[in-house]
Design a protein around this ligand. Structure first.
Ligand code: SAM
Length: 267
């Protein structure tokens, strides 16, 4: 199985349109933020996005890159709330197409540039951005040094990298599928210490690092109770409930950890 297959889904416009209609919303008059339940593909969903954005202190003058942007929920949230300029990049062609379509539907296509590409080989000039956000992407990336070295290269000195990510925890077997990997061959977890050292090694100073595992378990257990509505990641993520249950079990046994961090690009 390839990463492309991991994140592939068919009839995306149809599936999302049907979910929107079932939720009683109008596709031609979508309120910004009304899709929050299906556009943030990471632990704690929109709650985690808002907390990370608050921590990294986004300003309207920021030029932001969302690295591994999925269907673009974070980008739309940033433009809607801060009016900053946002660029996104994701390896999945299909997610990029969904992103462009949703940006258009909520009238934000003029403010968000979507690139289909690899976060370990960024197609941007050095110093192009003041902030990079990356949520739940490095778990699929083997070459984490290139991921963060590229992030450092395209950030200006003093720029901030904001991450929300899963790391390896206590030893023990994980149950698959997980939200980022149907099988172990697609999951490239390292411990929090290794992740931190990798980021520091390529020219960042970590200014904030918090392990949010315990809080995330409580929030995710509550979120799991609400997965019955028409709008949610289950619209395009196969076996979503199984994946979420495996994730929550991994977090609650401590075999998986979830961390939030900010790192500043050193000059
Ligand atoms: C679990 S999803 C998270 C998406 C988004 N960050 C979010 O939180 O909603 C992981 C995303 O990382 C992307 N991804 C994985 N490896 C990548 C790479 N090397 N370059 C670019 N995108 C990558 C996948 O295509 C997928 O969209």
């Amino acid at each position: 199985m390839t990463l492309d297959q991991q994140y592939a889904f068919s009839n995306f416009k149809q599936r999302i349109s049907q979910a929107v209609i079932a939720a009683g919303l109008d596709l031609d008059d979508l309120g910004r933020g009304s899709l929050a339940l299906l556009e943030d593909f990471h632990t704690m969903g929109r709650i985690a996005t808002t907390q990370l954005v608050e921590l990294v202190e986004i300003k309207s003058c920021d030029e932001v890159l969302d690295a591994g942007s999925g269907v673009g929920g974070t980008a739309r949230y940033l433009v809607d709330h801060f009016g900053c300029k946002v660029t996104t990049i994701d390896l999945s062609k299909q997610y990029c197409e969904v992103s462009r379509w949703l940006n258009h539907l909520v009238g934000l296509d003029g403010q968000i540039t979507v690139h289909n590409g690899d976060v370990t080989k960024l197609p941007f000039s050095s110093g192009s951005f003041t902030v990079i956000m990356s949520q739940h992407v490095q778990m699929n990336v083997v070459d984490k040094s290139s991921l963060y070295a590229e992030a450092r290269r395209v950030l200006r000195p003093g720029g901030r990298l904001a991450i929300w990510d899963i790391t390896a925890g206590a030893p023990g077997k994980l149950e698959f599928p997980l939200p980022w990997a149907d099988q172990p061959s697609l999951s490239h977890l390292v411990s929090g210490d290794v992740l931190r050292a990798t980021i520091e090694c390529v020219g960042f100073a970590i200014t904030h690092w918090s392990d949010m595992t315990e809080e995330a378990v409580l929030i995710m257990e509550n979120l799991l109770q609400t997965l019955t509505g028409p709008l949610g990641l289950h619209v395009f993520v196969d076996d979503f409930v199984v994946k979420m249950n495996n994730l929550v079990r991994g977090l609650s046994t401590g075999r998986l950890r979830v961390v939030r961090a900010i790192a500043e690009a050193r000059s």
